[in-house]
Structures are given as structure tokens and as C-alpha cells.
Design a protein. Structure first.
Length: 304
């Protein structure tokens, strides 16, 4: 199993009528493949999974797979707060040919550690593709402790990874020292990706890579070849954008920015509502500044 360094948690483009925009999805997927993304994850938080039916997930998957072929892995989010439903979605996604499944920890009902263990083991027994546990307590209202994740990793029946979005470097350290070396840890927070690399994570499941994928790939490559100062410089340039993309709930700022760049329409599904454009002034400012600094840095590198 080859694990990409940068997964993009891809938005779900919609038409003005609120249906899946397969043409926009295909075009965006090709762009991401060619601009820094080593893999795509569909129907995650950024992809508004809460609003997608199983049939719509299949439509989205088929459009993206046809666009990128097998050049990069295409994963699908199938996690819910009901084990039976999660299994059904996961089995369907695997039957379509998905390269892996992203399983957000069950939300709202706050299962115990034993309940979480049973949930993930149950799902793994019904699929053969890799799975990634997604710990995001800010959205689920429930923290999956490192000890629980380690126990899950030791008992699931398929290749396993972790997307850690608790915002805690302590949690990441506990995972890194407790998990088997063949279990990759991904940052679920663009702003913590660089410091998390320093404590041993494998990669990132990114929002910002939609628009600064090449820069994030370069930051990763610089870090891995020992150019820590260069990687830090790129992180510093990108950090304002990482923060601005969450000025209101994800994926609202990202979808607005992608619409300004003519990739998709600025359409989301209720209960999300696209705010007035004035809300997004910091997003455009941070994006243009990041691109300007990246251009200057590339010129300096070329001249050196």
C-alpha cells in the first residue's frame, strides 16, 4: 500500500439547482491531480457528506474516477454515527472500486471506547480496502483518545491510517509512539501540518491544497530532504490562508474562493448558506498574498 503525502479533501461541486455537477467535479479533480494532490478524498466534511445520498456519492465517484483514471487514489467518506449504515455505505463504495474509505468517528451519540472499537472492527470485517479513522472532536463532540485508536489499529482487518484533527500535538505524539510504523498518521489541520511533520506524521488531508497544492507539496519535499528553514518559510507564507479558509464554517470559504477562480459555482446545501461576499475579503487577501510570495520565492530559487 502506497500512502500519498497529500490527500485533498475535495469539495462537492453543485449546479445552480443543487445537483451534483459532474463536469465541474471532473475538471477540479484533474486540476488537483496535476497540482500537488497525491490522492483525493470525496464525501468528507469538506465535501458536504452530510447532504449526499449513496447514489450521489456513486455519481461523484464515477465522475472523478473517469477524470483521473487510476493516476492517483480516490477515497470516499462513508462514516456515520450508525454502524449498520456505515457498513452499507462502505460496502457500496468498495464495490465501485474506491481505493479506500474515510470513517469519521461516530458523532452525536458519543460512544464509549469499547463502542468505538466494536464499530471500526465491524466495518473492517466487511471491506478489504484500506480505511482511515478520522478524529475531529470539533465536529463530532467526541474525542477518540490515542489509546483507543491504537487498540483499533491492532484489531482491524485491513490497512489502516489515522486522520488526526483534534488540534493536539500531544495526541499526535501518543499516536506516533504507540502505533505500528506501518500505520500512517495524517494531519487534519493545514495549519498544524508543518509542526506535525516535525513530530513524525506522514502527511495531510488538506483543504488548502485545492488552491496551493504545489506550494504544500514543495513544503513537504523541502522538509523531507532536510531543508527545514525552507519548509518553515513556505509554511509561514501559507499560514494566513490556512486560517482564512476557516473564517466561517468549512467549506463555505473554500467554495467561495474556488468560485472566484472559476472552478465551481458558489453553491452549498442547506443548512449551510453562502454568506455575503464581504465576509470573504480575508480569504481573497490571504490567497493573493500567498500566491505572490510563492512566485517571489520561485524566482529566487530559479536565480540561485
Amino acid at each position: 500500500m502506497i500512502w500519498p503525502r497529500i490527500f485533498t479533501a475535495m469539495v462537492t461541486p453543485f449546479t445552480d439547482e443543487g445537483e451534483i455537477d459532474t463536469e465541474a467535479a471532473a475538471g477540479l479533480a484533474r486540476y488537483l491531480r496535476d497540482n500537488g494532490s497525491g490522492g483525493l478524498i470525496l464525501a468528507g466534511s469538506t465535501g458536504e457528506a452530510f447532504s449526499l445520498t449513496a447514489a450521489e456519492r456513486k455519481t461523484l465517484y464515477n465522475a472523478v474516477r473517469e477524470a483521473v483514471h487510476f493516476d492517483i487514489p480516490v477515497w470516499i467518506g462513508t462514516g456515520t454515527n450508525d454502524t449498520r449504515t456505515t457498513i452499507e455505505l462502505s460496502v457500496e463504495a468498495a464495490s465501485w472500486g474506491a481505493d479506500g474509505i474515510l470513517l469519521v468517528s461516530p458523532y452525536y451519540n458519543k460512544p464509549t471506547p469499547d463502542g468505538l472499537l466494536a464499530h471500526y472492527i465491524n466495518v473492517s470485517q466487511h471491506v478489504s480496502c484500506p480505511m482511515m479513522l478520522y478524529n475531529v472532536p470539533g465536529r463530532t463532540a467526541s474525542m477518540v483518545d490515542a489509546n483507543t485508536i491504537i487498540a483499533i489499529s491492532q484489531q482491524v482487518a485491513v490497512p489502516f491510517a489515522v486522520k488526526e484533527a483534534s488540534g493536539s500535538l500531544d495526541q499526535i505524539m501518543r499516536l506516533r509512539t504507540g502505533l505500528s510504523p506501518d500505520v500512517p498518521i495524517y494531519s487534519g489541520d493545514d495549519g498544524l501540518y508543518f509542526p506535525s511533520l516535525a513530530v513524525g506524521i506522514h502527511g495531510v488531508v488538506s483543504v488548502a491544497s485545492h488552491v496551493v497544492g504545489k506550494e504544500m507539496r514543495e513544503m513537504t519535499e523541502r522538509f523531507l530532504r532536510g531543508d527545514i528553514q525552507g519548509a518553515q518559510s513556505l509554511h509561514d507564507q501559507l499560514w494566513p490562508l490556512f486560517k482564512a479558509l476557516f473564517v466561517v464554517s468549512n467549506p463555505l470559504p473554500l467554495k467561495w474562493l474556488l468560485s472566484q477562480l472559476h472552478f465551481i459555482r458558489p453553491v452549498v446545501r442547506s443548512p449551510l448558506i453562502m454568506p455575503d461576499d464581504s465576509i470573504f475579503a480575508p480569504v481573497w487577501s490571504a490567497y493573493t498574498q500567498a500566491k505572490h510570495l510563492s512566485s517571489l520565492s520561485s524566482r529566487k530559487t530559479a536565480q540561485a
